[in-house]
Design a protein around this ligand. Structure first.
Ligand SMILES: [Zn+2]
Length: 384
């Protein structure tokens, strides 16, 4: 931890003291953990941020978090970053009621926020529990992941594990999802916005790098929607169509391939209607390609008309029942968002409230080049 209290109860942020001061403090002062009040030791090496540590046999929960130098440096950077912007930020705030300590806390317009700088991969359940804990006392948590957690698989594509997915935030105006990483070595944020999950872990979004000293909190929390890049999306669609089948498929991927086989379908020749970006994909259990294929060929092609509740019931097995993103509002309907694309170009028309007519069946294509051309054409037609 970065802070401890001295025998007079005053807080000391040791990392901001000079080397000479730290040496003097070591000899003259005693420090205590602000949570358990056990005596703590000053640790100040050449390669790490000066900090306090509990004695080895301590049973204080804050001694068990195992914060490494990367985490401590990041926490300190973010603290100074907030302070420089005029926020009354506090480090390592302990919330007694919920027995949780946040890395940073501050207020905006009487709304209280905490920042958790998460560098280690922890179970999504623990993260969700911590989020709900803060929310239960009306504190808004913002998770900033360590830059060491970024895994890119293409220019604008990141692999998001379940922990990262549990950290998704949502812009209030356009409901798109975002996530922020901070790297204390590079001193920059990687801000990832307009995120669309396309697989269990694969996602596509807009990744921008912002220098710490040139960026503000409001910029991160800001509302501007970044542009959708059709060429990037087409690249992902192309790799869905052309990638050889992996020998190590997950259970749900196996089920999908079996389904395709039983319906005499091949990914390379599926309609361009399969694989369109939708808001709220995080609510779905399976990748975009998977549920959209089943919805197109398993439902729409068998109906001339349908009621929306029928469609919802059909797709229900592919929708998560328990929300795993506590920071996103739950009022987005990815199925409706998908249906709206069909309405937009009159492939399907609305007859009365919740009652629809399918005007054209969903096709398959003869060859891969035709499919790729159609993918491009449909994105244009939908104005994406
Ligand atoms: Zn303690």
């Amino acid at each position: 931890m970065l802070q401890a209290i001295n025998s007079e109860g005053k807080t000391c942020l040791i990392a901001l003291r000079s080397k000479a001061e730290i040496t003097k403090l070591k000899d003259t002062e005693s420090f205590y953990c602000p949570i358990c009040y056990e005596p703590v030791l000053i640790r100040a090496g050449a390669k790490q941020v000066a900090h306090f540590a509990h004695k080895r046999d301590s049973r204080c929960f804050s001694s068990m978090t195992g914060e490494g130098p990367y985490h401590q440096q990041g926490k300190l950077d973010l603290f100074q970053w907030l302070t420089n912007q005029g926020y009354q930020a506090k480090l390592e705030t302990y919330f007694k009621d919920i027995k949780q300590r946040a890395d940073l806390s501050f207020s905006i317009n009487q709304k209280q926020y905490v920042i958790e700088f998460q560098c280690a991969n922890i179970s999504p359940d623990i993260l969700i529990k911590r989020t709900l804990g803060f929310q239960s006392i009306k504190v808004n948590p913002l998770w900033i992941l360590g830059g060491n957690q970024i895994t890119r698989f293409s220019g604008q594509g990141l692999r998001l594990n379940m922990m990262a997915q549990a950290c998704l935030n949502q812009y209030p105006d356009d409901h798109s999802a975002w996530l922020t990483y901070y790297c204390p070595v590079a001193k920059q944020f990687a801000h990832y916005s307009a995120i669309a999950l396309i697989g269990d872990h694969k996602s596509y979004g807009h990744l921008t790098f912002l220098e710490l000293r040139n960026s503000s909190l409001l910029e991160l929390l800001g509302k501007s929607k970044p542009p959708f890049i059709p060429s990037e999306w087409l690249y992902l669609k192309r790799s869905f169509r052309t990638s050889p089948r992996s020998p190590r498929l997950s259970k749900s991927e196996k089920a999908f391939h079996k389904w395709l086989y039983q319906h005499s379908l091949h990914p390379s020749l599926l309609s361009s209607w399969v694989g369109l970006p939708v808001q709220g994909q995080w609510k779905m259990r399976v990748p975009i390609w998977h549920w959209q294929t089943i919805l197109c060929y398993g439902f729409l092609n068998g109906q001339q008309t349908f009621y929306y509740p029928q469609l919802k019931q059909f797709i229900a097995p592919y929708v998560k029942t328990i929300p795993q993103q506590p920071l996103v509002f739950q009022d987005i309907d990815p199925i409706k968002c998908y249906l709206n694309y069909f309405l937009k170009v009159k492939q399907i028309v609305k007859i009365t409230k919740d009652f629809y007519r399918v005007l054209y069946p969903i096709q398959t294509y003869q060859t891969l080049p035709i499919a790729l051309k159609k993918d491009q054409y449909l994105l244009k037609k939908l104005d994406l």
